[in-house]
Ligand binder design. Structure first.
Ligand code: CA
Length: 373
């Protein structure tokens, strides 16, 4: 028995050595083949990135600028990205098409702007009463969302990468008080995405206008109300000069994720190290932008109230609950579309799981922290 076992061990050792030897051989061969097509470190890439935001706009507009700087530094200058603001070479709402056609290599925008082309896209920016920023990051990066997102954009020749989040937004700016659902009737408000559809069904008149045109639209009375982002960005646009009331909560955008769009042919033409640099830089910007909003919103809100006399108001409970009811109704109806059904299933499962734990851990903690007695 013993000698048999030793023989067996020897045999196994020989067998294992052979496997090991073969593996080393394969690996060294593949090493050689890699070195044959070694990355050309001399080759430089000069790409263009178009955005939906005004050039150098705080937060949103600076995110792609930061991405470009990081990529340049990390690649030791091998890759340069020139960022164009909305309207410079492509209109704000033309970003997706420009990247899809390959007329530019990159874009920075929000997925809900493309709901006309891809109804399910809005889940990757955010939907009313959906995931907040932390939860969106978890669903997209760790909960299977990103894989579905990439499948969704593949027919358009676009490779999406998460690149920023505004955190929970504000409902927006009004010149009349919203005391009941009656007050929404006929109100012309800039509010995009599913939020806009909900607003319409509640009696309002939603429109989508690019950020850079909103101040004038409010000033001239083209629109009665406007939602943009939150205090930090809204202060920068000067909405406090054209509206009196600032309403919350931003039920329609609980944690809007922004996207870096890369033309898929351009993406595939990059060596793996530059692809890794772009993915890593986008991850850094994704977190950094949220940190910027988190650090700036409260200061900006204080300034709006204390310096500019803005009246902060919470939507009545009856209005919030009606928005919620309609949101569920609209999302339910959108499930007739097969792709939307698939995206929604993943989103909904994640939302249910994550909110179960968050209602135990986070809600209880926030409640305990804010208690004063
Ligand atoms: Ca918004």
């Amino acid at each position: 028995m013993v000698s048999f076992s030793i023989r067996k061990i020897r045999k196994n050792l020989t067998k294992n050595s052979f496997i090991l030897f073969s593996l080393v051989l394969i690996l060294s061969c593949s090493d050689n083949s890699n070195s044959a097509e070694q990355i050309d470190k001399q080759k430089t890439y000069n790409w263009s990135l178009v955005t939906t935001w005004p050039k150098n706009y705080p937060g949103l507009g600076m995110a792609p600028e930061r991405l470009a700087r990081l990529v340049k530094e990390m690649s030791d200058g091998r890759m340069s990205i020139t960022v164009y603001g909305a309207g410079e070479i492509v209109p704000a709402m033309g970003v997706f098409d420009a990247v899809s056609s390959g007329s530019v290599q990159m874009g920075h925008s929000g997925a809900y702007y493309w709901k006309g082309k891809i109804p399910a896209a809005q889940f990757f920016a955010g939907v009313p009463f959906g995931l907040n920023a932390k939860e969106m990051n978890a669903w997209v990066n760790r909960g299977g969302g990103l894989k579905i997102w990439r499948e969704l954009y593949e027919p358009f020749n676009i490779y999406p990468i998460p690149c920023g989040n505004t955190g929970t937004q504000m409902f927006g700016w009004f010149n009349k008080e919203i005391n009941s659902l009656e007050d929404l009737k006929g109100l012309k408000m800039r509010i995009p995405g599913v939020g806009g559809e909900v607003f319409k069904r509640a009696g309002g008149n939603p429109v989508n206008i690019p950020g850079g045109e909103l101040y004038t639209a409010m000033q001239t009375g083209t629109i009665d109300a406007v939602e943009w982002v939150g205090p930090y960005n809204d202060l920068a646009f000067g909405f406090q000069q054209v509206a009196k009331y600032y309403y919350y909560p931003g039920w329609h955008e609980p944690g809007s994720m922004l996207e870096l769009l890369v033309n898929d042919d351009a993406w595939k033409s990059l060596p793996p190290d530059l692809q890794a640099i772009i993915e890593t830089a986008a991850k850094a910007v994704n977190q950094d932008l949220l940190d910027e909003y988190t650090a700036s919103n409260n200061k900006a809100l204080k300034e709006l109230i204390q310096t500019h006399g803005v009246e902060l108001k919470k939507l009545p409970e009856e209005v919030i609950m009606e928005f919620k009811r309609i949101s569920e109704e609209i999302i339910e109806e959108s499930l007739e579309d097969e792709t939307t059904r698939k995206v929604h299933a993943s989103f909904k499962d994640f939302l249910e799981e994550v909110s179960e734990y968050h209602s135990i851990a986070e809600d209880a903690f926030i409640e305990a922290r804010s208690r004063s007695d």
